[in-house]
Design a protein around this ligand. Sequence first.
Ligand SMILES: NC(=O)C1=CN([C@@H]2O[C@H](COP(=O)(O)OP(=O)(O)OC[C@H]3O[C@@H](n4cnc5c(N)ncnc54)[C@H](OP(=O)(O)O)[C@@H]3O)[C@@H](O)[C@H]2O)C=CC1
Ligand SMILES: O=C(O)[C@@H]1CCC=N1
Length: 271
Amino acid sequence: MAAGRIHFIGGGQMAEAIIRAVVGNGTYKAEQISVADIHEERTAYLNTAYGVQAASKSQEAELAGAEMIIIAVRPQDDLAAVGVAISSHASSGAAVLSIVAGVTIDRLAGYVGAERPIIRVIPNTLTDTGLGYSGAALNAFAGKEQVEEFLNGFGKVQYLEESLIDIFTGYGVAGPNYVYYFIESLADAGVLAGLPREQAWTTALENVEGAVAMLRHSGLHPRQLLDINNSPGGVGIHALYELNNSDFAAGLQRSVKAAVKRTTELGQVQS
Ligand SMILES: NC(=O)C1=CN([C@@H]2O[C@H](COP(=O)(O)OP(=O)(O)OC[C@H]3O[C@@H](n4cnc5c(N)ncnc54)[C@H](OP(=O)(O)O)[C@@H]3O)[C@@H](O)[C@H]2O)C=CC1
Ligand SMILES: O=C(O)[C@@H]1CCC=N1
């Protein structure tokens, strides 16, 4: 169980996913968590669903009592106003942890003051599973011990140079999206070929899970497993040939590059 109080500014999808995980697995008690959102119905919902405290309008007491403040608004939102609230009411030793995609530690320091612990995190979205890596970069005032329990409460963490966080966002944290889309497309392929939807779906899930387990278990490169699975003139190599004709690998790689580029762009949007 982690010690201290944490306060979320922004009670949207990502804040909810984190709260659901850390309260659900006992990393925090609901009483240790408060949430502020522009929309009162949102904090009321989070209070009812998870027992966390809906913050007052000024957030004064919640900010003053928090060991860690989590900025969970969008990059396009009014970060300057969020910064004013934090620098006016939070204690100088409180850690400020931002999950805002693209927004740099330097920019955050401009809003909340440079001489305090600031942690830039891109949070993993597989929060309910214990799997998936968040990426974190710390300023000189922050220590891993201040954030470790929180971050491990909704998955795993990789500490990175800040210069790699945008790449980690587009590749790693957006990563499940590529896999979800692949699984959907694969199941559709089974249906297109004539399998009932239910069988196509369960087979796709089993194959993805099994392929990961096989890679981990064997330690082989995917190309080596492909070679074993593709008999000369057989089924698998015909499928691969067509996949190569579709520009599959380059299409996927272009989409990761677009996600990384968009992360950096979002970090530069000012409301
Ligand atoms: N969703 C995801 O999968 C991921 C999201 N992130 C990052 O997490 C952050 C939040 O994303 P997400 O939860 O999806 O976004 P949401 O839009 O679901 O949540 C943001 C919430 O904050 C509210 N809000 C805006 N400004 C303020 C303010 N000044 N004070 C209090 N509340 C405010 C918003 O209200 P309103 O709608 O009226 O603006 C909204 O309810 C983003 O910066 C995103 O980059 C990172 C990784 C993954
Ligand atoms: O799409 C988004 O804005 C968030 C950030 C990274 C993944 N999803």
